[in-house]
Design a protein around this ligand. Structure first.
Ligand SMILES: Cc1cc2nc3c(=O)[nH]c(=O)nc-3n(C[C@H](O)[C@H](O)[C@H](O)COP(=O)(O)OP(=O)(O)OC[C@H]3O[C@@H](n4cnc5c(N)ncnc54)[C@H](O)[C@@H]3O)c2cc1C
Length: 413
């Protein structure tokens, strides 16, 4: 069956990038159709921030770019056109009150991701966007080197002057982002940088952390190493789980862990319990604390760095007697403790896969996409936006801002 209506713009995917692209195109007077393959749009958006939706961050543009992996600079142009201030103004104008939390994270004041999705759907409707749920795009029609429409399983061919593909990554596939967008792009000649999990929990069988489930450490530096070099680092909270580690700092280094484990290296995490303090700094701290508290046990002395439940694991890893009085600790033992405080080693065996990772690293190569308009450099009038692109950021609102900014750039173009 062929569809008689011709659209100016067809948007593939009703996540944050697709909704923003459709709203921008609609607001510019373009006849816009948004096709979402799931029964309702924005399913992943509803899960964000534990259902509270950390939609952006107050950081400046360069800080943002520093929170993305190697392709972050690609975002500079679209951030210049539509950044966190524009996004906040956009939602405020739609009647959504926003709230800033620790680390500059921005949430809806209601604490409900549903309110963000509701506002986007309302804006889409207001701007005349036709939203079709349950409509999966199977193919992009390319004629004479330019996009000319899409083909859906249900409605057949739909003609359009422009196509914007915002089909997301490949993680949390039950939300609809199952990686089908990569195939659509590949068939248009685009290079796909291998999609792989990022912002995923870390798995460890290291006896040093067995039994620590539920223990959390505040503000530690986590460095990824193969023993010779550091392959990524982040500072933040860590949570021990039944099979490894989670929490922002663990999630943020997981993409690097995945890449290096896959390369066959033995990868471990080195935790520094007071970021910025080196081995000698720790030696001095311990010596000063021991002089002040000579009868305290070593284990109790270490409470200044981490919670009780962690202290036993730490002392065992150092190979020192935790019950010994602080005044009796030898210089050699002090050195051992200081070295572990600077780099407490946890061997890793893997990371969560597509079912657990919050974002996908890899995707449509940004080398083949115009950073201002998100237009393909290979096929005219074909645009890409959101997580489908080879862009991934740390946790903290960076990924949603990238989806909104790239979506806006594609929609306005
Ligand atoms: C549990 C979880 C929590 C998160 N929390 C945060 C957070 O708090 N802050 C943050 O910044 N980021 C967060 N993220 C990441 C963020 O959700 C994504 O980066 C963002 O949703 C990407 O937006 P997108 O529009 O590009 O893709 P998606 O949101 O994945 O949307 C893509 C849409 O396209 C549809 N689709 C796919 N293929 C087709 C097709 N062929 N035809 C039609 N439709 C199709 C899908 O069904 C889907 O609805 C979180 C992710 C997860 C999984």
């Amino acid at each position: 069956m062929s569809n008689s209506v011709t659209y100016d713009v067809v948007v593939v995917g009703g996540g944050p990038a697709g909704l923003m692209a459709a709203i921008a195109a609609g607001s510019a007077g373009r006849r816009t159709l948004l096709c979402e393959k799931m029964p309702s749009p924005g399913r992943k958006l509803l899960l964000t921030g534990n259902g509270r939706c950390n939609l952006t961050n107050t950081g400046d543009r360069e800080q943002f770019i520093g929170h993305f992996s190697a392709t972050g600079p690609f975002l500079r142009n679209c951030f210049a056109a539509f950044f966190n201030d524009s996004l906040r103004a956009f939602f405020t104008a739609l009647g959504v009150r926003l709230r800033e939390e620790e680390g500059g994270k921005i949430y809806p004041a209601s604490g409900k991701a549903r309110d963000i999705l509701g506002a986007l759907l309302h804006a889409a409707q207001k701007n005349g966007v036709a939203v079709r749920p349950g409509e999966e795009i199977a193919e992009i029609i390319v004629r004479d080197g330019a996009a000319a429409g899409v083909v859906t399983a249900r409605s057949g061919a739909i003609a359009a002057a422009k196509v914007v593909v915002c089909a997301g990554g490949m993680t949390y596939p039950q939300t609809g982002s199952s990686g089908s967008g990569y195939e659509l792009a590949r068939r248009c000649g685009h290079r796909i940088v291998e999609p792989r999990p990022a912002l995923a929990p870390l798995y460890s069988d290291d006896p040093a952390v067995a039994g620590l489930q539920g223990v959390s450490l505040r503000n530690v530096e986590a460095r990824v190493t193969d023993g010779a070099r550091i392959h990524g680092a982040d500072t933040g909270d860590i949570l021990f789980t039944h099979n490894g580690l989670s929490g922002p700092a663990a999630l943020n280094v997981s993409g690097d862990v995945y890449d290096h484990l896959r390369g066959g290296a033995h990868i471990s995490l080195l935790l520094n319990f007071r970021p910025g303090t080196g081995v000698e700094g720790y030696e001095k701290l311990i010596a000063a604390a021991a002089a002040e508290n000579p009868v305290k046990s070593v284990k109790n002395l270490l409470r200044m760095f981490f919670p009780d439940r962690f202290a036993a694991a730490f002392v065992a890893a150092c190979g020192v007697d935790g019950e010994r009085k602080a005044s009796q600790v030898s210089r050699e033992d002090r050195r051992k403790i200081a070295e572990r405080l600077f780099g407490f080693r946890i061997m890793l065996r893997g990371t969560g896969g597509a079912g657990e990772a919050m974002v996908t690293r890899g995707g449509v190569s940004v080398d083949e996409v115009n950073p201002k308009t998100m237009e393909s450099k290979l096929v005219k009038r074909l645009h890409f936006a959101g997580e489908l692109l080879d862009i991934d950021g740390k946790s903290g609102g960076y990924n949603l801002q990238a989806a909104f900014s790239t979506g806006y750039a594609a929609g306005m173009a």
